[in-house]
Design a protein. Structure first.
Length: 282
């Protein structure tokens, strides 16, 4: 089951062609997107996702449609989803620069898709990961803003190549590192570690995408008395942590069970506590 809505709120056939062959999302990956989990008709972190969509658009000098347009398309997809048979949906918002040589009017739409079995497995069982060099310095974002390091663009070829490399190595996921050895993020997730009652995640200033699920987890943890820190750490600190998680909108708070074939500590009670903290927000 899939649902497709245009920005005016009308539904379209998800099996019919939609994009023009000369749309810049197709020819150059020139656009932005967000993926949002919707549970029982309620989108999670919709505001932060729309904030991030606007930030990405500003970084690309891409005139994104107003927030109320995205809210309308979102609601159209939610209203058309078969909630009686499927309690969860992955909602994707996509905006491209439009057609090549056109009038600059962006192309946008919203789609709803089921949460896949592999995603549910990773939520339940956790993931194995490999560390891969992202090839960027932690200060590159500041020195070269045109590289769009903290924008959520449609140019995900490198991220997908990294996941294929992880699969070749027998792993599920990737933890990217910077040229100085500091931890960055996953191809589609943020990285969180626990040390005692402190949660840490790398800073967006290192060129990573600010995580919406990571932000939600930190809000919930702070309410429960945890300390949270957004600061650099390296693989040695990650390996010595009491727990490691990769957070994303659809996989949620997923424990990392091994890194480069070396087991990491997985405390079932600690993991359950963090998952419960996140879920307590909804």
């Amino acid at each position: 089951m899939r649902v497709l809505a245009l920005l005016d709120g009308t539904l379209a056939d998800p099996e019919a062609p939609l994009m023009r062959a000369d749309d810049l999302s197709v020819t150059r990956g020139d656009g932005i997107f967000e993926t949002i989990l919707v549970v029982a008709r309620e989108p999670r972190e919709l505001g932060p996702h729309l904030d991030r969509l606007e930030r990405s658009g500003a970084l690309l000098d891409l005139p994104t449609p107003p927030r109320e347009v995205w809210e309308r398309a979102t609601q159209a997809v939610i209203d058309a989803w078969p909630w009686d048979t499927d309690r969860e949906m992955a909602l994707k918002l996509v905006c491209s620069r439009g057609i090549d040589g056109g009038d600059g009017i962006p192309t946008g739409f919203a789609t709803g898709s089921p949460v896949g079995a592999d995603t549910l497995r990773k939520r339940r069982d956790g993931v194995s990961a490999v560390a891969l060099d992202r090839g960027i310095a932690p200060d590159l974002k500041e020195r070269a803003p045109w590289l769009l390091l903290s924008a959520k663009t449609l140019s995900y070829a490198t991220n997908m190549a990294a996941l294929r490399e992880a699969e070749r190595r027998g792993a599920d996921e990737v933890i990217f590192t910077a040229t100085d050895g500091s931890v960055l993020e996953g191809p589609t997730s943020a990285v969180v570690i626990a040390q005692g009652r402190t949660l840490r995640t790398p800073p967006p200033s290192s060129g990573i995408l600010p995580g919406t699920t990571q932000g939600a987890l930190f809000r919930a943890a702070e309410k429960a008395g945890w300390e949270t820190r957004v600061e650099p750490f390296d693989l040695a600190e990650l390996r010595a942590a009491d727990g490691v998680w990769m957070t994303s909108s659809v996989r949620l708070v997923t424990p990392v069970r091994s890194l480069d074939e070396t087991p990491l500590p997985v405390d079932a009670e600690l993991n359950r506590e963090l998952v419960d903290l996140y879920e307590s927000l909804y």
